[in-house]
Design a protein around this ligand. Structure first.
Ligand code: ZN
Length: 175
């Protein structure tokens, strides 16, 4: 897929919502059987990080949306990998967004279901920023840091203010 096609694919995920606001269509595919409080916290934090996102609770209900797939683990992944996306031979970063729940539990030291949900959302958000920017680069601070600490993942405040723009703007969130 060329980078123009990648841009077209990203554009297809952005549909016009009510009142002309751009909407980022996401869906959740939970293969790790999260408990409800973790799932609720995950959804709430993703919406806080990406206010323009519309998140379907199940991917079959929204086939055109970008899938966030929660897996307990994936064989062959380095044990410190918290999430991943496929990078094709031509450099295109392609869905789904994978989040490795066992690794996030271990790395975040989350002490509650709510803290685990926050951590999972931030890992998913990190991967989503890679996808939206079609870049593997990291930033020195914020959600797009190469190594998110346990505090970055679970603290109520460490990743700072929510994105202010109504349209997805990866750089603003990563700052
Ligand atoms: Zn990264």
């Amino acid at each position: 897929m060329s980078s123009n096609l990648a841009k077209a694919a990203i554009a297809a995920l952005l549909c016009q919502g009510a009142l002309g606001a751009t909407v980022l269509r996401l869906c959740l595919q939970d293969r790790a059987d999260l408990r409800m409080p973790a799932r609720a916290a995950l959804i709430q934090e993703l919406i806080r990080l990406f206010p323009s996102a519309r998140l379907s609770p199940d991917c079959p209900g929204d086939p055109g949306a970008l899938a966030i797939t929660l897996l307990p683990q994936l064989s062959g992944q380095p044990s410190d990998a918290l999430g991943a996306m496929a990078v094709r031979a031509d450099g295109v970063i392609a869905p789904p967004i994978l989040v490795f729940v066992n690794a996030v539990v271990a790395h975040s030291s989350a002490k509650s279901e709510e803290a685990l949900g926050l951590a999972l959302a931030r890992v998913a958000g990190h991967e989503l920023l890679h996808f939206l920017s079609q870049s593997r680069e990291h930033s020195p601070a914020g959600l797009l840091q190469e190594r998110l600490s346990a505090a970055d993942l679970t603290s109520r405040s460490s990743l700072g203010s929510p994105q202010r723009e109504r349209t997805p703007e990866p750089v603003a969130t990563a700052r």
